[in-house]
Design a protein around this ligand. Structure first.
Ligand code: NAD
Ligand code: G3P
Length: 415
């Protein structure tokens, strides 16, 4: 038995409480209840605190109650009504989800950290967490984005792992949160390839046997080319974080998990599809129809695969993009019903900027495609290869106002 001898249980914190973060807390909280030998029964969810007023259409709105008409702390409201009325309205959360506005307190004692923040907030949040986490904690990044700096490009899982000195895997797929929160069937891909010492399987010849190993970026040296931290072994009184046990944390009857080792492919698929979804929204906003959308999706998928090969080498597997939920399937769902797609479409149809639509329509939810288009463009420019990625580049130029959505066909035509 995998857990024989283990007396302690893994405690889980969800770092983030937006639309996907709250959905993730729901499904993880359901799973810890079903796996009591492995996991602590309370799931902490860190809430970026804000004041909210219960909207009149909410089932929690009571016209006779004084509190209904006054702004309240979002975290307190979640713990009272067991619903995130701002970011996931209408969905009841299990009572073992505890909303916590104190970031450091929310991760106290947690051996599993699930990051689900918009990617722009990850570096600052990790810097606030550094030195306050369990040193042998493991993380899974559900955020879709990349971390670009003058040093180069990093996956968000790398950014988290490097900043906190822990192993970080990735979860990504064709996953529109509201559908999963309503328990409508979907698939996801989890990339989890921890050091062999975590699985307690017999150590393969040549593998590290000590209680620490060097923490390196998955598949390639870190952007600064250094091994930056030592990874602490999971103590033997905790259940191993094998693929089986990681799957037990996420897999639900309505949320089917496939586990792979390719952290690069899973992370890049989730990040780059957001640029493709903007392009799909632009052409749909022009009223050009499904053939046009399919054309930008085809070119976008090719650029995604090429990007992985060019900048992450052999650790980026084409099959992850073509065979797993985190690749083509996520491109398709995002280009049909994602927020990036919808906002880009409205921007073109209404003649407004995409930022104006985001502010007006998303009630605090954040698009990831716009900032990713800028970040990827800065990286491509730094490498002098903008022209090799015409779809990513035209999306950036449209956002910048240098080109129009009508220019997409000419721009993506091979020259
Ligand atoms: N929503 C989806 O359908 C979905 C599905 C899969 C993946 N994702 C990815 O998950 C990540 C998180 O998205 P989401 O949908 O949970 O969030 P969201 O866009 O619904 O909400 C934005 C979140 O950011 C928080 N926030 C605002 N300012 C902040 C700050 N300064 N510091 C920290 N947090 C702050 C808000 O409190 C809120 O929780 C993104 O990378 C997204 O691409 C989303
Ligand atoms: O709503 P979007 O555009 O952020 O996309 C949501 C998910 O990433 C789809 O898989």
């Amino acid at each position: 038995m995998a857990t024989l001898g283990a007396q302690k249980k893994h405690k889980v914190t969800i770092v983030g409480s937006g639309n996907w973060g709250t959905t993730m807390s729901k499904l993880v909280a359901e799973n810890v209840k079903e796996n009591q030998a492995l996991f602590d029964q309370t799931v902490q969810m860190w809430v970026f605190e804000e004041d909210v007023t219960i909207p009149k259409e909410s089932r929690h709105y009571d016209p006779g109650s004084e509190t209904s008409n006054k702004p309240q702390k979002l975290s307190q409201l979640i713990n009272t009504v067991h619903e995130n009325i701002k970011y996931l309205p209408g969905i009841t959360l299990p009572s073992n989800v505890v909303a916590n506005p104190d970031l450091v307190d929310s991760v106290k004692g947690s051996t599993i950290l699930i990051f689900v923040l918009p990617h722009q907030f990850i570096p600052r949040v990790c810097d606030q967490l550094a030195g306050h986490i369990v040193p042998f904690a493991r993380a899974i990044c559900c955020t879709k984005g990349v971390d670009v700096s003058e040093k180069g490009i990093r996956l968000m899982s790398e950014a988290i792992g490097m900043r906190l000195g822990i192993y970080c895997g990735a979860l990504s797929g064709a996953n529109i949160a509201s559908e999963i929160a309503q328990e409508k069937y979907s698939e996801t891909t989890v990339a989890y390839d921890p050091p062999p010492m975590d699985s307690r399987a017999p150590t393969p010849k040549g593998s590290p046997t000590s209680s620490t190993v060097d923490l390196i970026s998955p598949g390639k040296p870190s952007a600064d080319g250094k091994r930056t931290a030592q990874l602490k072994a999971l103590p033997s009184d905790y259940p191993p974080l094998s693929h089986d046990n990681v799957k037990k944390l996420f897999h639900r009857p309505y949320f089917h998990v496939r586990i792979v080792d390719d952290v690069v492919g899973v992370s890049l698929g989730g990040a780059l599809k957001n640029i493709i979804a903007l392009a799909a929204g632009f052409v749909d906003g022009l009223g050009w129809g499904d053939n046009a959308k399919a054309a930008v999706m085809r070119v976008g998928i090719l650029e995604m695969v090429k990007f992985g090969k060019a900048f992450f080498g052999d650790s980026s597997h084409t099959s992850t993009f073509t065979e797993e939920s985190c690749g083509v399937a996520d491109v398709i769902t995002s280009c049909m019903g994602g927020r990036n797609f919808k906002c880009a479409k409205k921007a073109v149809a209404e003649g407004l900027s995409i930022n104006e639509i985001e502010q007006r329509d998303l009630n605090g939810q954040k698009l990831q495609g716009t900032s990713t288009a800028y970040e990827v463009n800065a990286f491509l420019k730094s490498k002098g290869v903008e022209k090799d990625y015409p779809l990513f580049t035209v999306v950036y130029n449209i956002l910048e106002g240098k080109l129009k959505p009508e220019d997409i066909p000419d721009q993506i035509e091979p020259k």
